[in-house]
Design a protein around this ligand. Structure first.
Ligand SMILES: Cc1cc2nc3c(=O)[nH]c(=O)nc-3n(C[C@H](O)[C@H](O)[C@H](O)COP(=O)(O)OP(=O)(O)OC[C@H]3O[C@@H](n4cnc5c(N)ncnc54)[C@H](O)[C@@H]3O)c2cc1C
Length: 431
């Protein structure tokens, strides 16, 4: 392998890397896809749901063959405050129409399937190899080093995830700060398919997605998630790393606490924990993105920070796939002009604009700043849940209209009216 030169070396067989490898191999390019895990997906985890549109553009009708769990028809967002919670649920059977809107899935089987598609298309897949560095000659990335091996290519695609070593080594970004990343912890809890369908009021093999904000993260920036798989539940928390360090919390302890909450415990009762995993999530947003390309290198997926967390939507898989596709198109164009320099790869942002990644990241560029507002995780969930509990409680007290209850609720909280107005304005513009 040390002597061979490839057109493209792609580091990381997650959704971003495998998509790029698949598309480039389909065009007949010499592609090497390197993955440190023993199999693609073995080192990967996520919450649980992928929006379909991006992969449908790459592999139309992929749900006919991909290993998926349940198509999601039910969305719930809950504010939690101690024993109280307020939830909003949206159910839409139209999401089942083709193209099916979104699916829950398990990464070990999904990532292996997608990497296998790349291999079938002609890419060389090398698993169990950790890339240690990029090779740089005269300021240009010319390949990668893995242990003793030096492997050369016209272009390297950094698809190595949130804590991208390659992006750092190529000088495209500095080391991440704790405030710019969150840590996610998840348990896979086995339950029978029938129990899941009955408990979550789902027909047959349809799925549900639940997101939680409030006391589940103990007032820290973050939230909880629950996704229904065929015969298991993905349950977890994502919390900002700087917040965890400051408050000396351990994410696995928070997760145990989350599991025991009255809103969660009945949903997982009788289930067996089959797996525990943890992973970083880039949270800095578009304002803090690395350089997306350089001489001989492109950056895709989490390595580029392409993740959106709005509290009611979590997106990373679709953006990883779409950015992998944009990178593949960039490489094909660079190859046509035989120019893999920074200039030759400079169309990458245009391809990201064409397939919506750029506009999505741009539209939510202020979200990380807004989500840094501490009131979102304690004061607001408390006001909302108190207000709802008040509205539903009948105990013979003198009647009071909703407006009065709301005014009283905000007044008795730590939130100032000016803060409420400011947060409503900023939230409306950022989420
Ligand atoms: C807790 C949590 C919940 C999430 N929930 C959702 C969700 O519900 N929906 C959603 O769309 N997104 C979600 N995301 C985000 C989503 O998982 C990511 O955006 C997506 O996985 C990014 O894909 P990627 O290919 O860029 O990176 P990854 O999936 O991280 O893949 C990177 C690959 O590179 C490999 N690698 C890394 N370093 C090296 C190296 N040096 N040498 C060789 N190989 C290497 C890794 O082993 C891995 O296979 C969640 C993330 C987390 C952590």
């Amino acid at each position: 392998m040390a002597e061979e030169k490839f057109t493209a070396i792609i580091v990381g067989a997650g959704p971003a890397g495998s998509t790029a490898a698949y598309l480039l191999a389909q065009e007949g390019l010499d592609v090497l896809l390197i993955e440190r895990g023993e199999t693609p997906g073995s080192k990967n985890m996520f919450g649980g749901r992928m929006y379909s549109y991006a992969l449908n553009q790459v592999i139309p009708g992929f749900w006919e063959e991909a290993p998926l769990q349940r198509p999601v028809v039910k969305e719930t967002v809950s504010f939690m405050s101690g024993k109280r919670s307020v939830s909003m649920t949206c159910q839409d059977q139209n999401w089942l129409q083709t193209p099916v809107h979104s699916f829950t899935l398990l990464r070990a089987e999904f990532d292996a399937w997608l990497a296998n598609k790349a291999e079938e298309a002609g890419a060389m897949l090398a698993c169990g190899i950790r890339v240690d560095d990029v090779l740089i000659e005269s300021g240009r990335v010319t390949g990668v080093r893995a242990g003793e091996d030096e492997i050369h290519a016209d272009v390297v695609i950094a698809a190595d995830g949130a804590n991208s070593l390659l992006t750092e080594r190529a000088g495209l970004r500095k080391a991440l700060l704790p405030g710019q990343v969150a840590t996610g912890a998840k348990q896979l809890i086995e339950l029978s398919a029938d129990t899941i369908s009955q408990r979550f009021q789902l027909e047959d093999k349809q799925g549900a997605a639940y997101l939680y904000v409030g006391s589940c993260s103990s007032g820290m920036q973050g939230g909880g998630f629950l996704y229904t798989n065929l015969d298991s539940i993905s349950l977890g928390l994502v919390v900002n790393v700087a917040d965890l360090q400051r408050n000396q919390y351990k994410i696995n302890e928070l997760l145990e606490d989350f599991k025991s909450q009255p809103q969660i415990a009945p949903l997982i009762a009788g289930g067996q924990v089959a797996e525990y995993s943890a992973h970083l999530v880039p949270e800095a947003g578009f304002n803090m993105r690395p350089e997306l390309f350089g001489d001989g290198i492109l950056v895709v997926g989490d390595a580029a920070g392409f993740v959106i967390n709005l509290g009611y939507q979590v997106r990373g898989m679709d953006l990883a796939i779409a950015s992998g596709a944009a990178a593949a198109r960039t490489v094909m164009q660079a190859r046509a002009g035989n120019d893999f320099s920074e200039q030759g790869l400079s169309q990458y942002p245009d391809f990201l604009k064409q397939n919506g990644v750029w506009d999505t990241m741009e539209a939510y560029r202020h979200t990380p700043l807004f989500l840094d507002t501490r009131r979102l995780y304690e004061a607001y969930p408390q006001v909302v849940t108190d207000l709802a509990a008040d509205a539903f409680t009948v105990d013979g007290s003198p009647p009071e209209h909703l407006l009065g209850k709301m005014m009283r609720g905000v007044k008795s909280s730590s939130i100032k009216w000016s803060q409420l107005a400011g947060d409503a304005w900023k939230g409306g513009r950022s989420l």
